[in-house]
Ligand binder design. Structure first.
Ligand code: TRP
Length: 332
């Protein structure tokens, strides 16, 4: 028996991966991959709840796979796959839709936010998105779900759905728990540091992408918002911009926040911002180069996603089969 606990997480290929996705998610995934049985998914089915350009979606899914690997996720140790390749996700999500209440879905803050932003396309998929996410998680008998604070509500709902199902049919699903990384990994926009760094940010300077070129990274850091003070000091309430830059610097270099404060005593924000930019350039350089190399080797990427889908599907089917039996479907 596999004594390792299981982890599932995913990112939508609805935009390019950001420094925030690296520092807040993927970097932690790499650290977890030794001690857990891990599934890391490219959730393209979630992405189409908002209208996507087909060619860009396809390209971003492949490039996201290359970036996962370049960030250090070894396909030999992690099941890495594309959601739409594993039909069990759609199949279980239909069943779970029938065990998820209208009222529950209506209370999801992400649904409210996204409907406000996409008022001309409030489709049923956007509404039932959490049932698909529940299917992602529950198919693999997941113990822990590494997510940002904004996704915690969806994991809580997943638990409610699992509990409801288990109460009727017996122990079918393992109860998953959200796994929120330690504070410090939440990276904010460089231009509006009260908001999370986001690939959907309208302001291009606020967001750094993993694949950005050094000169673009430096430009964005030089323009990063600070404050009218001059001291490099960690104070996320009163000095949001500076504190965010410190978090980025400390995550990129491995130095503590205290070491960072000491390093910049008596230096101005100008020097500090350049140092942060340079640290990020050096952090991302090998990742970008590796991802560029991988993108030249499409055959390899195809073999990775095919093998990932095969492994995932085998595990997912075990759960789906049980569910189909429990609800009363005739075995084929
Ligand atoms: N909803 C998540 C997000 O937008 C992505 C996601 C889809 C996910 N399925 C998941 C995350 C399962 C964790 C587990 O960030």
């Amino acid at each position: 028996m596999d004594a390792k606990k299981t982890i599932f997480s995913g990112i939508q290929p609805s935009g390019d991966l950001t420094l925030g996705s690296y520092m807040g998610a993927i970097k932690n995934w790499v650290e977890l991959s030794n001690d857990y049985n891990t599934y890391f998914c490219i959730v393209d089915m979630h992405a189409i709840t908002v209208r996507q350009d087909p060619a860009s979606l396809r390209k971003r899914a492949i490039s996201q796979l290359a970036q996962y690997i370049a960030c250090g996720l070894d396909p030999a140790d992690n099941t890495i796959f594309i959601q739409s390749h594993v039909p069990e996700h759609a199949q279980l999500s239909w069943v779970l839709n029938c065990y998820t209440m209208f009222g529950e879905l209506s209370r999801m803050t992400q649904f409210k936010d996204k409907s406000a932003k996409n008022a001309d396309n409030i489709n049923a998929g956007l509404f039932t998105y959490p049932a698909l996410m529940a299917a992602d998680i529950l198919l693999y008998q997941t113990d822990l779900v590494p997510v940002g604070e904004d996704q915690k509500q969806h994991v809580e709902l997943t638990r409610d759905i699992a509990h409801r199902f288990n109460t009727i049919y017996g122990d079918v699903f393992k109860m998953p728990e959200p796994y929120i990384p330690k504070v410090g990994a939440r990276i904010m926009s460089l231009t509006t540091p009260e908001n999370k760094m986001s690939k959907s940010d309208k302001d291009p300077g606020g967001c750094i992408y993993i694949m950005d070129k050094p000169e673009d990274i430096m430009r964005s850091f030089k323009r990063a918002v600070t404050d009218s003070d001059t001291v490099v000091k960690f104070d996320p309430v009163n000095k949001k911009g500076v504190s965010n830059l410190m978090t980025i610097y400390s995550t990129a270099t491995g130095k503590t926040l205290e070491e960072t404060e000491n390093e910049f005593v008596g230096k101005g924000y100008g020097d500090f911002k350049i140092a942060v930019g340079e640290a990020v350039v050096e952090l991302l350089r090998p990742i970008r180069e590796k991802a560029d190399d991988l993108m030249k080797n499409k055959d390899y990427l195809v073999s990775v996603y095919r093998e990932g889908a095969e492994r995932a599907s085998k595990d997912a089917y075990r759960t789906l089969r049980k569910v189909y039996k429990k609800v009363g479907f005739v075995e084929r």
